[in-house]
Design a binder for this molecule. Structure first.
Ligand SMILES: [Fe+2]
Length: 247
């Protein structure tokens, strides 16, 4: 054994126990996510080190701030794929959307407009962080009635849910899947968010874990928290369904 080997540490393992991410903002110019192709590339290279093999990126879609159309999302996805062709990245990149629950989304669901979903018609949606939307249950009912599988993005970040265990259970009873953010588990947003995320995991009220990565900063924060302790915890949550998603 060379002297160098005696002192060199084993490379750290940063690989997640699943290989598909279902929530991120990696299409430049569409929302408050990455600012450039270079930033998207940097993130995907780091994602590769985390073990990801497929990324379903999900630009915000909302009437007020991000009126992104499917066409615009698909066109930008193609531009990103073209840009990445010259890079050493072995990750499949696809697109869906993170729909803000507003009247436009309600009309699209009831009007049978095709929405951008992933896998088995999973529909990723978000709401206001502060107030419960008056039509939340009605919207979930309509999603289910129209063949969608609702996935609530980062439930742990909504104040109205943190304060309402009954509503949390009601949504679960209505087949709402919960997607937790990796960064919530690491205490990135706040202590309250972390606590609620831990509570949801303890009671197995979680289905997916997403990066919700908006920037190189987010990616770096995730990467640096993938230590042995956190990876062991992530592996222990066998009810998390990321591993069941198609590659
Ligand atoms: Fe998001």
């Amino acid at each position: 054994m060379a002297l160098f080997d005696l002192f060199s540490k084993k490379p750290k393992d940063h690989r997640l126990p699943f290989v598909v991410d279902i929530h991120s903002h990696l299409l430049p110019g569409l929302d408050d996510g990455v600012k450039s192709m270079e930033e998207a590339t940097f993130i995907l290279k780091l994602f590769q080190k985390m073990g990801y093999k497929k990324v379903i990126t999900t630009p915000h879609v909302s009437r007020e701030h991000y009126p992104n159309t499917q066409e615009k999302i698909v066109n930008t996805l193609h531009e990103v794929r073209e840009y990445l062709a010259g890079e050493q990245i072995d990750i499949k990149i696809e697109a869906a959307a993170e729909y803000f629950l507003d009247e436009v989304l309600m009309e699209q669901i009831t009007g049978h407009e095709k929405l951008m979903t992933f896998d088995d018609n999973y529909l990723l949606f978000e709401t206001s962080f502060i107030n419960k939307p008056a039509f939340l249950e009605e919207a979930v009912f309509n999603m289910n009635a129209n063949g969608y599988q609702p996935v609530l993005a980062h439930p742990e970040r909504y104040y109205y849910l943190q304060a309402d265990p009954e509503l949390t259970q009601r949504l679960r009873d209505m087949n709402v899947h919960f997607q937790l953010n990796l960064l919530s588990l690491f205490g990135f947003y706040s202590r309250e968010v972390r606590k609620f995320a831990q509570m949801l995991l303890k009671s197995e009220k979680a289905d997916f874990i997403g990066s919700d990565c908006h920037s190189a900063h987010h990616a770096n924060e995730i990467f640096k928290n993938l230590n042995a302790k956190n990876l062991k915890l992530l592996k222990s949550w066998e009810f998390i369904k990321n591993s069941l998603l198609s590659l």
